[in-house]
Design a protein around this ligand. Sequence first.
Ligand code: HEC
Length: 179
Amino acid sequence: MKRILIFCLIVIFIILPFFSGKTLNSAIGSEEKANMLFGGEDDVDFAKKMWKSIKGYQDWLIKSDILPGKSHGPFVRVYYNMVSADEKNYHAIVKDNLDSNKELTAVALMVQREDGYDPENDNWFWVKYETDGSISKNDKGLALAGKVAKGMDMGCIACHKGAADKDYIFINDEKAYGR
Ligand code: HEC
């Protein structure tokens, strides 16, 4: 009887706090990590730099017509170029989201960043801008810039994972943009 009591006391005072402390810590850790994936200071800084780098993108030579869209509004128009910031060059794909009157409602941008930025997702940086260039936010107030919604079921990365050849890009797919 005494032994059982001692055993119970050990469980309650020594083992349980250890485990609950651990799970609590790892829960906080993963939440912090999730927050770091997008909407952080570095993401917002880079997104602001990129807005400057893509200035005048409407005149880039490599651009599509206005095409029917599926996920970003009834019509879209895409543009490609190399852009630079802080003496580094990046592949950039800009997309205008257009409404049924072909008026601009938002601008989405994918920038392929340096090796190691997000190797699991081909190092793409994702950002959505309002028409005035400010960075759009999700319903929790997080800026939509960075590894947006990485590991989640919805959002830039999850949806673009479905592009053919696993390259995160729809422009080179046989069935996209109304084709
Ligand atoms: C529900 C699916 C979905 C989500 C979420 C999504 N996209 Fe897209 N995206 C598409 C599809 C499909 C296209 C092809 C054009 C179309 O049909 O609208 C596309 C096209 C693009 C393009 C042009 C390059 C390409 O792949 O053809 C960019 C840039 C882009 N999206 C950026 C973003 C960003 C940034 C986010 C997050 C803020 C995002 N997308 C979220 C489905 C999605």
